[in-house]
Write a protein that binds this ligand. Structure first.
Ligand code: ZN
Length: 240
């Protein structure tokens, strides 16, 4: 099965559209959370994903958008953007986001936003946390998001390694256990400002990471119009 994996779209419709234009034909699209928050077009992004019939899990921003107390742990800019998001999303968007599960098991993968152990909040950035994630997964493999940085953790019989995939990187994991992060479509934080995404071929046992440029300036204009925080607008330009 061929799968497109998207994460942390964050209501950035221009980035999502660019990725969907660039992506190959796939059998399924998986979304590892944070569909809304930060960005200016939450309803349009959710509508696009609904039309595509994606398989998605809930991120901390999605939970906050539908009234969750996750907002109490946000920094000031994230909180301002979330209050704006709560005020503009439609009932349809709210109902769809509220129905997202925290974890999904599919094709031998566990899908979670943060980590398989703590799907809403935990950041998997280190080998010890990745080891706890492997231990917490009932499946052989996992896909996660939340860090906004492409990454792959490999588990060779208990020996773990961390890889930072570049655009065009192909990982042939075969039968080795892996925990994969596609990076962020709508707000990359690895110092590169293009939208990050990943494809999986579960028959070949491969993961491929890609980057796609999009019209950042148009998103910044929409964010200015919505009076979203300046820092959130600026960071799109430098991918940090
Ligand atoms: Zn996020």
């Amino acid at each position: 099965m061929r799968i497109l994996v998207l994460s942390d779209i964050h209501a950035n419709l221009a980035a999502l559209d660019a990725v969907l234009d660039a992506a190959p034909a796939v059998d399924e699209t998986w979304v590892t959370g944070d569909i809304v928050g930060y960005g200016p077009e939450p309803d349009a992004v959710v509508e696009s994903l609904r039309e595509r019939r994606v398989i998605a899990v809930r991120g901390n921003h999605d939970a906050a958008a539908v009234g969750g107390d996750e907002i109490d742990y946000f920094n000031e800019d994230a909180r301002r953007a979330m209050l704006w998001t709560r005020g503009v999303i439609s009932d349809n968007t709210r109902v769809w986001l509220a129905a997202l599960p925290e974890r999904v098991v599919r094709e031998g993968f566990t899908l979670a936003h943060g980590s398989p152990r703590d799907p809403i909040w935990e950041y998997v950035t280190t080998v010890p946390v990745a080891r706890a994630s492997f231990d917490a997964m009932a499946t052989h493999h996992g896909v996660i998001g939340h860090t906004h940085r492409p990454a792959a953790f490999l588990n060779d019989d208990g020996v773990l390694s961390l890889m930072a995939p570049a655009a065009g990187s192909v990982l042939k994991f075969g039968t080795r256990r892996v925990l994969l992060n596609a990076g962020s479509v709508g707000q990359p934080r690895d110092g590169i400002n293009t939208a990050a995404w990943m494809t999986l071929d579960t028959d070949a046992g491969t993961a491929t990471w890609q980057r796609t440029p999009y019209d950042i300036a148009s998103v910044q204009v929409a964010m200015r119009r919505a009076a979203l925080p300046e820092f959130l607008r600026d960071r799109l330009a430098y991918g940090g």
